[in-house]
Each structure stands twice: as C-alpha cells, then as structure tokens.
Design a protein around this ligand. Structure first.
Ligand SMILES: Cc1cc2nc3c(=O)[nH]c(=O)nc-3n(C[C@H](O)[C@H](O)[C@H](O)COP(=O)(O)OP(=O)(O)OC[C@H]3O[C@@H](n4cnc5c(N)ncnc54)[C@H](O)[C@@H]3O)c2cc1C
Length: 543
C-alpha cells in the first residue's frame, strides 16, 4: 500500500492534495504549529465554519505535546494557595474534556504518599482532597484517607517505613498518549474541512492589504511554496516568539521555560494507580502507568533555551528520588531506563510580571490568547492539554477581533462520536467475531474510522490478527492508520501514533516482525531502511 493511495471511503486528502490546497486556497486562518494548541485551534475554527489551514514544521505533536505526563487534571496543587475559584474552573474544564472523550480520557486513582517531612499532615491533605472532589462536582470516585498499613496492602512497592499515611483521590489520564490525542484532533479538524500538513514549516510572512502572504517549506522534499490567509494563529508553543518576530506581531505576555523529564522503567505497580510523592525539595513527582511499564517524572528546572535534552544529572535525580521511596529488590539504575521524554513547560509571565523562580507555580496556572489586531495575528502562550477546550473557544473569539465571522457550529465542535455510533460499531464488530476487548481498543484507536477496519475484516478476517509480539495492532489497523494519520517517518508511527518506542528499547522495536510489517506497509522499504539506520529514532528532521 502506498500512503497516497486514494481509497473508496473518500477519506482525507493525500499529502500532495493537501499541499496543493494549501497553496491555492485563500484561507480565513492559517494555524502555525501542530501541538495541542494548534490542533484544537484548527478544530474549533474549522467547526465554526472558517476556511482553515494548519501547518506543522515537524510531525504533529512532536514538540512539547509529546513530552507531557499525559494527565488531564483539575489543579489539585493550586489548592495550596487557596485559589478556590481557579481550581473550580480547572475542574470544570477537566470534567468537560473527560466527558467529551470518555474512551480516551480515563479516571485514574492517585495514591499520594505523605512522609514524615511532607508539607501536609494526612488529615489536612484528606480535607484538601475532599474540597477538590467537591470542586470537581463529585464527578469522580470519593477520595479516601489511607493509613500506612492500607498503603502497604494496596501498593506493596511503596516503602512505608517512614511515612505518615496518605490520600487516595481521582484525576484523569490519557488512555493512549498525548501525541495520539493531538493527532485525533487534527484528523477531526480535517473532517471539518481544515487543510492540514505536517513537515511544512512557515519560513517567511508578509502582511499586505489585509492578507498574509506566506512562504512555506515542504520539509519532506525541501521545496517551498506560497500560501495566503487573512489571519495567522501563532501556536508555536515554546517557539511562539520566533513566529512573533517573523510576523512582527506583539504579545504583552512573555514566556519562561521549565524543563521536565520523564523516564520509562519496568513496571513498579500493576494497580493502575498513579503514585505521588514529594521529592526532597517538596515538589510533587509521580510514578505513572504506561502500558506494562511505569513512567517516573518529572523534573522542574528553569532553562533559557527551549531546546532541551535529558542529562545524567536529571536521570540520577529521578532514579534516586523514586528509589528512596519505593521498596524494590534493588534501586533503579540508569540501565533500567527503557525510554525518556523531555520538554519545556512554557510558562506565561503577564505584563509587568518578574518571571522569578519563586513565582513559577503561580505562572504555571494560566494560558494567554492574545490578539494583535493591527498585524492580524492571534498568539497562544502557555496552556495545557487539560485546558485545551478553553483555548479552542478563546481562539474563535480572538479571530472575531480581526474581523472574521465564525458561525456557531451545528453540533458540539469537540468530542468522540455520539454513543449510538459507538454502539453500532461495537455490535458490527461482534457480528464479525471480534472480541469485545479488541473492539473497545479498536474504537478508542479509530473512532469513526473503525468502520473502515471492519470493512477490511469483513473482506478478509485474517487481517485482524496481531502483526507482531509487542502489541495487538493488526494489519487492518495499520492499513487504516496509514490512510488517515499522516505518517511520514518511522518515529511518527512508533513514537507518536503508538507507544512502541516508549514501551520498548530501540533494538526490540526494530527487530519486531509486527513493527517491521507496519513500517513496510505505510512507508515502504525506504521506511524500513530509515528505521534500521536509526533505531533510536533520533533523526526527526529537527536540525
Ligand atoms: C514535562 C511536562 C509535563 C507536562 N504534563 C502535562 C500534563 O500532565 N497535563 C497537561 O495538561 N499538560 C502538561 N504539560 C503541558 C503541555 O504538555 C503543554 O502545555 C502543551 O503540550 C503545549 O502545547 P503547544 O501546542 O503550545 O506547544 P507544542 O506542542 O510545542 O507545539 C508547538 C508546535 O509548533 C511547531 N512550530 C514551531 N515553529 C513552527 C514553524 N515556523 N512552522 C510550523 N510549525 C512550527 C513546533 O514544531 C511544535 O510542534 C506538560 C509539559 C511538560 C514539559
């Protein structure tokens, strides 16, 4: 199968088709940057009837949006400063997002362990957890105070000798990963008519007579082409000021950066809970479930340059902190690390703010959507996955200030397809002898596109078996992913559309028959050669 093969479902434009449309359409808005903020903006603007283009210099979600903790949360930690109104607002956003994506965002229990030196006594933390639960409108399972012995029983991996007790409470976790969630929003934006392309970089922009004339580079061929739009949305994440310079647009807020590292290690607990601890500096860090692995994170280091990598010191810090708090056969070591994630949080310093380190918890709370009406540029600063629906709504308001006329959408602009579509897909799957477990994962992975998978299985049931040892991904799954998910390089599939390269070491991934078949099906022999030459997937065109 070739990536650009047209198919009978009349699905997405081929890459060439998208590039052609980008260069020939006079867009209302071009969104620059395909992380969570760019993806949600493209979805919301296109669902409001505007002609939207979305360009991403690398792969969708290959910036900060692939480096998060995957949590969708309501800001429990901000209760520390008694900012009830803020936490109530964040919980509302969290609930709205979780209700809209019920198979992709799952309620998850946290076990917050309080040591002798922890900043709060367990009874006080339990009170806070109950307030948090109330502010979350009781949507989750009730929080519980947990004694030392109960923690020992429920989470035997936790070292309970020096602890006072803990609390168990709920927030939400993305069932797959952050970048797959972003990719789903991009596909949804396309369904609403947006023209989207990864590996297309904005290189030059000039505003003339109320229209932006842009020079875009197709990074897969190196060639450039022109595009035009009335308004630009600057969703370049940590690089927002670069696009600001390119477009000579201003924001009154600015960004400072905090580096965060996660390490994937062998599974510490199979309870499905997130373990939360205070590190030596009284900062919360977590042990998160990811497939059959655990992820430890995160660090919080001020940096000036948003381009960051994991250092030996980051690794040692996290491994030491977690080993001190777990009761394992031996301490975790660098050789236990299976994969790493590393990115910067972009924190918004409001006008007149100092951006001093001690104010950073405060800074991490909010995003800013700013409009430079004269330059016809809307800039998105900061933001979280958890808060993405608010960003989508605010961007629609912002483009109004630039003279565009978004229309109210006929239906809710975000969310999974309605339940009756899910029910009918699941019942069709049952009719094709697909087990309910496999069908549920299929729905989560493909949503509406599940019908295409079932069409393939209807024609040839053998396409439904797992391709390899590492994951139950089937040939039919891969065929449908290849059609829709704009996979151009091995890392797009292995790091972002799936979690192969997060859950397994590079050599294991590259040797798996299923992975090799999947890469060959989507990217051909050239894709296989690229993976074999660079199994660690470092060659991501970032240079
Ligand atoms: C360690 C860590 C943990 C986190 N944990 C959580 C969490 O658990 N929950 C949560 O809600 N949030 C979390 N966050 C925050 C969240 O990940 C980020 O706020 C979010 O991903 C930012 O998305 P973005 O779209 O603004 O930026 P990005 O994802 O960085 O996207 C910007 C994109 O713009 C593109 N771009 C730049 N220049 C150009 C150009 N010239 N042309 C075209 N494209 C361009 C880049 O390639 C990039 O892909 C975490 C962040 C970090 C660092």
């Amino acid at each position: 199968m070739h990536l650009d093969e047209p198919h009978r479902h009349g699905g997405p434009l081929s890459r060439d088709g998208s590039l052609e449309r980008l260069s020939t359409t006079r867009f209302d808005v071009i969104v620059v940057g395909g992380g969570i903020n760019g993806a949600v903006s493209a979805l919301s603007l296109s669902a409001h009837g505007l002609k939207v283009g979305l360009v991403e210099a690398d792969d969708f979600a290959s910036g900060t949006s692939q480096e998060s903790s995957n949590m969708i949360w309501g800001g429990f930690k901000y209760l520390e400063s008694y900012d009830i109104r803020l936490v109530a607002g964040l919980c509302r956003s969290r609930n709205r997002l979780a209700a809209a994506y019920p198979t992709r965002i799952l309620e998850t229990r946290f076990m917050a362990v309080l040591e002798q030196g922890a900043p709060f006594a367990p009874w006080f933390a339990a009170l806070g957890a109950n307030v948090y639960w109330g502010l979350g409108r009781l949507r989750t399972i009730r929080p519980r105070h947990r004694s030392r012995s109960t923690i020992h029983r429920l989470e035997p991996a936790v070292a309970t000798t020096g602890i006072r007790g803990g609390i168990e409470y709920s927030d939400y976790l993305l069932a797959d990963n952050d970048s797959r969630f972003v990719s789903e929003l991009v596909i949804d934006a396309e369904r609403h008519g947006a023209v989207v392309a990864n590996y297309v970089k904005l290189e030059f922009a000039e505003l003339g007579a109320g229209v932006w004339n842009l020079v875009l580079r197709d990074r897969s061929t190196g060639s450039t082409f022109e595009a035009s739009a009335q308004v630009l949305v600057n969703a370049a994440g940590p690089l927002v000021s670069n696009i600001g310079t390119l477009t000579e647009s201003r924001t009154s807020s600015r960004l400072v950066f905090s580096k965060g590292v996660h390490l994937t290690v062998p599974q510490v607990t199979d309870s499905g809970r997130i373990l939360a601890f205070f590190d030596d500096a009284e900062r919360l860090f977590y042990v998160l479930p990811m497939g059959h692995r655990s992820v430890i994170g995160t660090t919080d280091t001020p940096v000036d340059d948003p381009e960051v990598t994991v250092t030996g010191a980051d690794r040692s810090f996290l491994l030491e902190q977690v080993s001190q708090r777990l009761d394992l056969d031996r301490n975790l070591e660098a050789s236990d690390v299976i994969s790493e994630r590393c990115g910067v949080r972009a924190l918004v310093v409001p006008p007149g703010g100092s951006g001093r380190r001690r104010d950073w918890t405060e800074l991490s709370r909010r995003h800013a959507v700013e409009t430079d009406e004269g330059r016809r540029v809307v800039s998105i600063l900061g933001g979280k996955l958890s808060d993405c629906l608010n960003v989508g709504a605010e961007v629609v308001d912002a483009v109004r200030l630039c003279g565009l006329r978004p229309m109210p959408p006929a239906q809710k602009w975000y969310g999974e397809p309605p339940e009756d579509e899910q029910r009918s897909a699941l019942s069709r799957a049952a009719g094709l002898d697909v087990t309910s477990d496999v069908a549920s994962v299929m729905w989560r992975r493909h949503g509406r596109r599940m019908d295409e998978v079932l069409d393939l299985l209807d024609g040839d049931a053998d396409l439904g078996g797992p391709l390899g040892e590492l994951d139950p991904l089937s040939r039919a799954d891969v065929m449908v992913m290849g059609r829709h998910e704009r996979i151009l390089r091995p890392s797009d599939l292995l790091r972002r559309r799936t979690m192969f390269s997060m859950l397994h070491r590079p050599d294991t991934v590259a040797a798996d028959k299923g992975v090799r078949d999947a890469i060959r099906m989507i990217l051909g022999d050239e894709g296989l050669r690229a993976m074999d030459a660079d199994p660690a997937l470092t060659d991501d065109l970032k240079a």
